[in-house]
Design a protein around this ligand. Structure first.
Ligand SMILES: [Zn+2]
Length: 398
C-alpha cells in the first residue's frame, strides 16, 4: 500500500484533507482505521476529516462490511459526482474541451475546428466551449473546481515563448490564465502538455500511486513531465523537462533553437513528417497527419530506425539522473506508432543496478491515448485541490 504521512497540527487541516483523499485515491476504498494506519494521523483526526469530506460529498460511504468480531466496517471511496473539472486543449487546427467528474470519467466533450488563432480570437472560443460543456451535462455548477489548459510550450514568466514546438502567432508572453479567468469566472490553470499528461497519468492512469516517474510526451517536439519523490518537479523557471534540446548527435541536424543534433530533430512528430516529405504540416488537419504517419510504410520504418538510438540514450540519461520507478511514453503520436517505437527500444542500456528486482516495467505506455493532453488538463484543477504537494503547482488564478 502507498501512503504519505500526515500531520496533526491544526493549521495543517487542509494538508491533512488532501492526504486522506490521496490515500483513498491511490489505494481504493478504505475504512477510517485503515486511513489512520496509512497516514499516521490519529483516529480522531481521520474521523473528523472523513465526516467533513463526506458531508461536502467528496467522499461517499460504501456498504458496511461485516467483520468476525465487533462493529461492521464502513469503507469510504471518492464520490465521482463530488466535484467536476474542465480540460481544454488548443492546437493549430482545433480547440477541444472535456468535462470530467472527480473519478476522471468524461461526462461531456466538444471539439471545434479553428485555424491558427491569435489569443484575441481563441479566448472567446475557449470560453464558449467552457460554457457549453457546463450546459451539456446536468450537474451542480458550484461543484466545478476549475478549468485546466494544456499547451505545448517552453515557458517565460507570462506565457509560452517563441521556442514552443507549435508556436502559434501572437501567443508569446500572452497571459492565458488571467485572460481566460476573466471570461469564465472560475479558477484557470495552465501547464505544459508533458506536465499535464504526467498529472493525468498519476491521478487516473498507469502511474497511479507511483512516487517517482518520468513522463515523455511525444508531439510536435518531445518534453518530459517529472514526479520525483511524490513531488511534481518544475524547475526554477518552470522549464524542467525541456529535454527536446538535449544534444544526442553532436554536429547533427540543425534545430530551430540554434543548436545542432537536438533530440527534437530525431524523435518528434516533426521529424516523422520530414521522413514522409510533408513540407508544411500546417496544410493538413491533425487527422490527416495521423493517417499519413500510420500509413507511412517504409519511410516511417526508416524514421523509427533513426529515432531508436537517440531515444535509448535519453531514457538511459533520465534513469541515471533521476532513478525513476518507470518511464511512461505518451503524447500526440498515434498509438500504433508509439507501440512500434517501444518494441524497438529493447535492448535498453543496462540499468543502474541490473540485479535489483523490478515489479514495474522500465518503459510503460500511457493509458489515455490521444486524449492524454486534454485529460491531463482536466486533471490540473483536481490535482491542485486534492494533492498533498499541490503547493509546487502553479497557483491558480481566481
Ligand atoms: Zn534544439
Amino acid at each position: 500500500m502507498k501512503s504519505i504521512s500526515g500531520t496533526n497540527l491544526e493549521q495543517a487541516k487542509s494538508h491533512n484533507r488532501r492526504v486522506v483523499i490521496e490515500a483513498i485515491r491511490t489505494n481504493g476504498p478504505l475504512s477510517r482505521a485503515a486511513i489512520a494506519r496509512l497516514t499516521a494521523l490519529t483516529t480522531q483526526t481521520v474521523s473528523n476529516i472523513v465526516e467533513e469530506l463526506a458531508s461536502s460529498k467528496l467522499l461517499k460511504a460504501d456498504a458496511p462490511q461485516k467483520v468476525a468480531r465487533g462493529q461492521p466496517i464502513t469503507p469510504y471511496s471518492i464520490n465521482p459526482s463530488g466535484a467536476y473539472s474542465i480540460g481544454l486543449e488548443l492546437e493549430r487546427h482545433h480547440a477541444a474541451g472535456v468535462l470530467t467528474d472527480l473519478s476522471g470519467t468524461v461526462r461531456a466533450r466538444i471539439r471545434r475546428a479553428i485555424d491558427r488563432p491569435t489569443p484575441a480570437e481563441a479566448m472567446p472560443i475557449l470560453a464558449e466551449i467552457t460554457e457549453e460543456l457546463q450546459r451539456s451535462y446536468r450537474f451542480d455548477r458550484q461543484r466545478l473546481l476549475g478549468v485546466g489548459i494544456a499547451m505545448a510550450g517552453r515557458y517565460a514568466t507570462e506565457g509560452v515563448t517563441s521556442l514552443t514546438p507549435i508556436a502559434l502567432p501572437g501567443w508569446q508572453d500572452f497571459p492565458v490564465a488571467p485572460e481566460l479567468h476573466n471570461l469564465v469566472g472560475v479558477p484557470v490553470l495552465v501547464e505544459n502538455d508533458a506536465t499535464a499528461a504526467a498529472i493525468g497519468e498519476r491521478l487516473y492512469g498507469v502511474a497511479r500511486g507511483l512516487n517517482s516517474f518520468v513522463y515523455l510526451f511525444l508531439g510536435g517536439g518531445i518534453g518530459a513531465g517529472m514526479f520525483l519523490d511524490g513531488h511534481l518537479y518544475r524547475g526554477s523557471r518552470n522549464n524542467a523537462g525541456e529535454i527536446g534540446h538535449i544534444i544526442v548527435v553532436p554536429n547533427g541536424l540543425a534545430c530551430r533553437c540554434g543548436k545542432r543534433g537536438c533530440l527534437d530533430r530525431y524523435i518528434s512528430l516533426g521529424a516523422a513528417y520530414e521522413y514522409l516529405d510533408i513540407r508544411d504540416p500546417d496544410e493538413h488537419t491533425q487527422a490527416e497527419l495521423d493517417a499519413l504517419v500510420e500509413n507511412g510504410g517504409e519511410a516511417i520504418d526508416r524514421w523509427l530506425d533513426a529515432a531508436v538510438e537517440p531515444m535509448r540514450q535519453v531514457i538511459d540519461f533520465l534513469e541515471l539522473a533521476f532513478d525513476p520507478q518507470t518511464v511512461v511514453l505518451g503524447g500526440q503520436m498515434p498509438s500504433s506508432i508509439l507501440e512500434r517505437l517501444v518494441q524497438r527500444l529493447e535492448p535498453l542500456y543496462d540499468p543502474v543496478n541490473p540485479s535489483a528486482e523490478r515489479n514495474i516495467p522500465r518503459i510503460m505506455i500511457g493509458a489515455t491515448g490521444n486524449d492524454t493532453a486534454i485529460l491531463g488538463a482536466a486533471a490540473l484543477p483536481v490535482f491542485s485541490e486534492t494533492n498533498p504537494q499541490f503547493d509546487v503547482l502553479q497557483k491558480p488564478v481566481g
